[in-house]
Ligand binder design. Structure first.
Ligand code: ATP
Length: 262
């Protein structure tokens, strides 16, 4: 974790647009995330959340607009270069290897994000051995942070759904993000598991990461972990505010439920 410089936001997106063959999936989307914040990005199906995620992290080149991370313009950089700057995302598809243990998965996450050369891996000097020790200590610490110490040596295929979701976040943390972006991290969790998951997420900012952006359909979870909520609808920002304000916003209710029901 590295502190951002000055008072500018950690991440800033200015008037992002994404045009898919004439369909405007995202239109003039601007927002920011400050260090210390957890921001929830919500919206009905097809609102443009994943498209925004992909533009912020270099998987899509925006048709217009720009993205600044720690003051640097990262708009058309490659995803791995953006990840190295400390902006790390998860995917809706799992990043866990089922036959490896919890600890091995997190350690693998560390190496995937690492900069160690293959030569150094096969002919390790003292520097590499020290890095190896530090990686193992860091992996054990991340497992503990995610509340999985008791499952440290369990193969991932024996984990419950709740534990698996926690491990997915642990693997992402192994890349040492400054800003972690989670795309539907609580998919498939029952309400008890989601509560446990949310409680762990709340401990991350300031401890393991500088800020968290979460896209999530589980409203109870996203409202309980977020300091601020940004609502997308038809590719545009519909509302932004504290969870309580968003819950009382009539336009947001209409976007989710339809006018009559709202
Ligand atoms: P969900 O909550 O269902 O995951 P979302 O808010 O993440 O939805 P997106 O997946 O970003 O929404 O999709 C926004 C719009 O852009 C949708 O109309 C979708 O069909 C369209 N879209 C997304 N990706 C592409 C693509 N690669 N090519 C063409 N259209 C796309």
């Amino acid at each position: 974790m590295s502190a951002p410089t000055g008072t500018s936001p950690l991440l800033r997106a200015d008037t992002l647009c994404m045009n898919f063959g004439g369909i405007m999936a995202v239109k003039d989307f601007s927002f920011h995330i400050d260090a210390g914040e957890t921001v929830g990005l919500i919206g009905p199906n097809g609102a443009g959340k994943t498209t925004c995620f992909n533009m912020l992290t270099g998987f899509y080149s925006p048709s217009n607009g720009r993205v600044l991370f720690k003051g640097q313009d990262i708009t058309n950089r490659k995803p791995h270069a953006i990840a190295r700057l400390g902006l790390v995302r998860s995917f809706q598809k799992t990043n866990v290897m089922k036959r490896l243990t919890v600890f091995e998965n997190v350690l693998t996450g560390h190496y995937m994000a690492g900069r160690q050369s293959l030569l150094a891996t096969f002919f390790p000097g003292e520097k590499v051995r020290r890095a190896e020790r530090e990686a193992r200590e860091s992996a054990a610490e991340i497992v503990e942070t995610m509340g999985l110490s008791h499952r440290m040596n369990a193969p991932a295929n024996l984990l419950s759904c709740g534990e698996l979701r926690l491990l997915e976040v642990a693997v992402a943390l192994a890349a040492k993000p400054s800003l972690l972006m989670l795309d539907e991290p609580a998919a498939g969790l029952n309400s008890h598991e989601a509560t446990t998951f949310g409680a762990v997420l709340k401990t991350l900012v300031g401890r393991s990461i500088d800020a968290l952006l979460i896209v999530e359909h589980n409203m109870e979870l996203v409202m309980s972990v977020s300091d601020r909520i940004v609502v997308l609808n038809f590719g545009r920002k519909l509302a932004e505010g504290k969870p309580g304000e968003i819950l009382e916003n009539r336009e947001v209710a209409e976007a989710y439920l339809g006018k009559a029901a709202a």
